[in-house]
Design a protein around this ligand. Structure first.
Ligand code: RP5
Length: 164
């Protein structure tokens, strides 16, 4: 099975990144975790992205805050799918990172999830891998079924508590 890269712009993004790392672990996905800044070490970031396909990655999750160019810089240097996670924590609550990550020019997409949405980034990565992996597709469906059961149970409890 191919692996997933979780790249963050700074170790200050690690609390958000850990949600993706944990979710990938739950699905049994081999993960490589790196700190590579589009601004502070642009050459290393470019080299990582440019060699990611031959290194055995299926997709790249890139997390960054503020003027968040990491996901875009990754996407510029690979044709693997890149999932961008805008991180909050700075003065603008992540709106700066959201716009920097999502507003990519035509032809160089970044699949951008919600601000701090690292868990969804990991699930999206698993969904990409599940296109050609039945086992992963079954695990994803089982998680969906669990989510459905949890909501229906909560619904039943609320109806019971507030019935006239
Ligand atoms: C971005 O700047 C990083 O992704 C991080 O979210 C933000 C702040 O970085 P530090 O100054 O905390 O290293 O490049």
């Amino acid at each position: 099975m191919r692996k997933v890269a979780v790249i963050m712009g700074s170790t200050s993004d690690l609390p958000v990144a850990e949600k993706a790392i944990q979710t990938l672990k739950e699905y049994g996905i081999e993960t490589e975790v790196r700190v590579l800044s589009a601004h502070r070490c642009p050459n290393e970031a470019r080299e990582f992205a440019a060699s990611a396909r031959e290194s055995g990655f299926s997709c790249i999750i890139a997390l960054a805050g503020m003027a968040a160019h990491l996901a875009g810089a990754m996407a510029a240097n690979t044709t693997l799918p890149v999932i961008g996670v805008p991180c909050s924590g700075a003065k603008l609550d992540g709106m700066d990172a959201l716009l920097s990550t999502v507003q990519m020019p035509s032809g160089i997409p970044v699949a951008t999830v919600a601000i701090d949405g690292a868990k969804n980034a990991a699930i999206l990565a698993v969904q990409i891998m599940a296109v050609s992996d039945e086992g992963l597709a079954h695990k994803l469906q089982a998680a969906r079924d669990e989510g459905t059961a949890a909501v229906l149970k909560a619904d039943e409890e609320l109806r019971e508590r507030y019935k006239n």
